[in-house]
Design a protein. Structure first.
Length: 227
């Protein structure tokens, strides 16, 4: 699929805009709602979903009169061109309660409609969007996203990501032979960032996971597993 691969969807509410159409944004998602949305993004990202020439979408639920119920804004921040707004018109009653648990189904349904109406195409169709959302919602904390893979002539190692309701990653390492038989499985340390997971080295009976190379990982040790 052409374009930048999705990185984030965020939800806001707004009851006013300035003269240039820029909304006043108020975040309303709790940890559980944000985790659900993040899993949707993870599954879409795993399947290389793209918005086009940007990778962050801010869905703004607004009481301000807009030309249609769901409207993708034409506003582009020249200093931050990586995001766009999509406005969703709601009434005053919903505005007051949006983000509470009884509105989750509506929010997920609306996010799905926005993805389908504004971004589906021949490369990423309606059924694929719906399947990604379904897996994220139904599987919850157990949902796996393939994050990294290393393949040799006799082994394949895959690191999957799970995302917890408490807002953190819980990676899972699996090693297979080339016939698809599971040889080894290991939960990796929970973390809010993924700096511990960089290069994967794989041999017949050992997996080594090196940390990423950056200023924050100089004291991190490699993870080594023998099986």
């Amino acid at each position: 699929m052409n374009g930048k691969i999705i990185k984030d969807i965020r939800v806001y509410k707004s009851d006013k805009q300035n003269e240039y159409g820029i909304p006043s944004l108020h975040s309303f998602g709790d940890k559980k709602l944000n985790a659900i949305i993040h899993r949707i993004v993870m599954k879409l990202r795993e399947n290389s979903f793209s918005f086009g020439d940007f990778d962050h979408l801010y869905i703004v639920f607004t009481t301000v009169d807009i030309k249609e119920e769901r409207c993708l804004s034409e506003i582009i921040d020249k200093y931050h061109p990586w995001y766009r707004y999509c406005f969703v018109r709601i009434n005053d009653s919903l505005y007051k309660s949006i983000g509470k648990s009884h509105t989750y189904d509506y929010l997920i349904e609306t996010i799905t409609k926005v993805l389908i109406e504004k971004f589906c195409n021949s490369d990423f169709n309606v059924s694929l969007v719906c399947e990604c959302v379904k897996q994220a919602v139904e599987q919850g904390e157990k949902m796996l996203m393939k994050y990294k893979e290393k393949v040799t002539s006799k082994r394949k190692a895959i690191i999957y990501l799970r995302y917890l309701d408490s807002s953190g990653y819980y990676p899972l390492l699996r090693v297979f032979d080339l016939s698809g038989n599971l040889l080894f499985e290991k939960d990796l340390p929970q973390n809010s960032i993924l700096d511990e997971i960089g290069e994967i080295q794989l041999s017949l009976n050992k997996v080594t996971i090196k940390p990423r190379k950056n200023a924050f990982t100089s004291d991190m040790k490699m993870m080594i597993f023998e099986y």
